[in-house]
Design a binder for this molecule. Structure first.
Ligand code: FAD
Ligand code: N01
Length: 543
């Protein structure tokens, strides 16, 4: 491939999911030149790639949507409380058309390297299409969950049937009606896909390594009345989201907020009879009221017991129910999962659970999966095995900062950032929802908008003062990492028995570090604003 003439640009943005799309919109309004490069063939990111059956968001769509344009939120009508993937992708397409975004996005192109020149104070960015960009700023809108993880299981290439990954689902869909299917993984993707594939497939065999705690979604069609009410109240809803812990106020769940339960009771103060009665009356919902579940391991284990009792009532076959029961780790250590008819699906005749705790996968064969419990045959294999989360997409790019130092070296023991926005030694490089920010612990659109706004204001500030480079100081980075670790300490997220992708525990060899910021989007936004008010405290700005 011949070296192309570098294209001069103010800002190069990598990724055209919700983060990259909004970043482009804001940069254009600022009057700087911007180019987005996207590996996929169109916009939408997560919602472009994850087209598996049953894919949908678990945040009310009234809240999981952009707030930056009132015209947009007034015009767009969500059909369900929590929209499915096709509708969210339609929304992304609508935004791209409405704001004429595509003309500055280069699709089907992957950024392969980004190298900083100290002399020029600029980034040289190259792509697999042979493009070279010479950019003042580089914004990584590469997504926290965009690098699919396919585990390295012996014999994987021997399998002769069709193979799918939930995070790279074929655009034309898959007809499983005459097909027996094996699925590996029971995280959010597996739990969403299993009930829908089971309805379609001849037979479905679920290979479950760790059972999850999952709550019924109670999703429903949106009513005209609620849509009108939400639109009339958007200003308040958005403000509350921004000030909240997780960017969710639950307004959309409750058709007016009535169903949102803020936990306040203490499970440790209840009697066994009271707990049994609560499960009788409220099912899984019984544990939502108790605040100490998130704080006290003993209360948490009581909640797990209540959870297992309710699970046992739904699943008819005792052995299958036992196999599905999560044990030995607390509720709340992993990303919450919500489902539609997940446990009910195991009452179907065409579904088999393989609880790998009773004997793990030994290898994949020509016709199925060999486990220590026996061989299971099927025609098609689905990996619902998640992502190399938060750092995967960033480290997949050859990023070199000052003195040609690779990001991979700097992050050898785990990601280090200041505010999840920048890394010391990598001037003029920003991350959207980077590790060390609330990101995946929040409604991500709220966090994306906050980061994009902050970065836009920062670039405007730099331009106004004719500054050339901005870089996090090592001291500010150290202090922030210390704070991030401090607030995570003692939470269920960092419980010793927790193996979550938040900790990198799903990828063999990945450093075990709790990556997101637990402090909440409201507090975090305040901190980011204070940094600006204090003249970009913790950053070094160079003329
Ligand atoms: P993404 O949407 O991941 O977009 C990043 C883009 O960057 C991708 O299109 C990718 O192709 C591109 N890219 C990456 N590397 C390169 C490269 N080197 N060169 C070129 N392009 C590159 N969050 C919630 O808050 N609520 C939910 O209900 C929710 N549901 C989810 C359901 C699923 C199935 C998944 C996987 C995630 C879900 N998330 C949810 C998280 C979701 O990722 C975010 O909400 C949001 O969509 C992220 O947007 P983004 O633009 O930051 O990243
Ligand atoms: O991935 P996961 P995901 N052998 O990592 C198993 C978002 N999301 O795609 O737990 C056998 O959670 C693994 O087992 P274990 C959301 O943020 C949201 O489901 O590691 N099994 C696990 O069961 C979510 O958290 C929605 O023991 C193996 C599964 O694969 C994130 O994306 C929907 C294995 C992976 O679960 C990722 O979810 C979908 C092996 N070698 C996604 N390797 C919403 O509803 C892995 N597994 C909003």
């Amino acid at each position: 491939m011949s070296e192309a003439t570098p294209k001069q640009i103010d800002v190069l943005v990598v990724g055209a999911g919700f983060a990259g799309m909004y970043m482009l919109h804001r940069l254009r309004a600022l009057g700087v030149s911007a180019q987005v490069v996207e590996a996929g063939s169109d916009v939408g990111g997560t919602w472009y790639w994850n087209r598996y059956p049953g894919a949908r968001c678990d945040v009310p769509s009234v809240e999981y949507s952009y707030s930056f344009s009132d015209e947009l939120q007034q015009d767009w009508d969500w059909s369900e409380v929590m929209a499915g993937q096709p509708e969210i992708l339609e929304y992304a397409n609508h935004v791209a058309e409405r704001f004429d975004l595509r003309r500055d996005i280069k699709f089907d192109t992957r950024v392969t390297s980004a190298h900083y020149s100290e002399e020029q104070r600029r980034w040289t960015v190259t792509t697999d299409a042979g493009d070279v960009y010479d950019a003042h700023y580089c914004v990584m809108a590469t997504g926290c969950l965009s690098m699919p993880n396919t585990p390295d299981i012996e014999g994987a290439s021997d399998f002769e049937g069709a193979v799918y990954h939930t995070g790279q689902w074929p655009h034309e869909g898959v007809d499983f009606s005459e097909v027996s299917v094996g699925i590996i993984g029971t995280g959010s993707s597996g739990i969403q896909a299993i009930p829908v594939i089971a309805e379609d497939a001849k037979h479905l065999t679920v290979f479950q390594r760790t059972p999850n705690y999952t709550m019924p979604a109670h999703n429903r069609q949106m009513t005209d009345e609620f849509r009108a009410e939400a639109k009339a109240n958007y200003a308040t809803i958005r403000q509350q989201q921004r000030d909240s812990q997780a960017g969710i106020v639950g307004y959309g769940f409750g058709f007016g907020g009535a169903d949102l339960i803020m936990p306040s009771d203490h499970l440790l103060e209840t009697t066994a009879e009271e707990r049994a009665k609560a499960v009788d009356e409220e099912g899984f919902g019984a544990i939502r009221r108790f605040i100490d579940i998130g704080l006290n391991p003993e209360a948490n284990e009581m909640a797990c017991d209540m959870y297992r009792t309710q699970l046992g009532r739904i699943v008819n076959d005792d052995a299958t129910a036992e196999g599905l029961k999560p044990r030995d780790y607390p509720i709340g250590c992993k990303r919450p999962v919500i489902d539609t008819d997940y446990y009910e699906t195991y009452n179907r005749d065409n579904v088999t659970l393989v609880d790998l705790r009773q004997g793990g996968i030994e290898r994949i064969t020509r016709t199925g999966v060999q486990t220590a419990q026996g061989h299971f045959e099927f025609d098609a294999l689905v990996y619902a095995t998640g992502f190399d989360a938060m750092t995967g997409a960033l480290l997949n790019i050859d990023i070199k900062g000052r003195d040609a130092k690779p990001l991979g070296d700097v992050w050898e023991a785990g990601p280090r950032t200041y505010l999840g926005l920048q890394v010391a030694g990598f001037p003029n490089l920003f991350m959207i929802t980077g590790p060390g920010s609330p990101s995946v612990l929040s409604n991500m659109i709220v966090s994306i908008e906050q980061h994009v706004d902050w970065i836009t204001d920062c670039i405007a500030h730099m331009g106004d003062r004719q500054l050339q480079a901005i870089e996090a100081t090592p001291e500010a980075e150290d202090a922030w990492i210390h704070h991030v670790n401090d607030v995570a300490k003692g939470t269920m997220f960092t419980s010793p028995s927790c193996n979550s992708w938040y900790l990198g525990a799903n990828i063999p060899g990945k450093p075990r570090i709790f990556m997101p910021y637990v402090g909440g989007v409201g507090a975090y936004r305040k901190k980011c604003d204070e940094v600006v008010e204090n003249d970009y405290e913790g950053f070094e700005l160079t003329a």
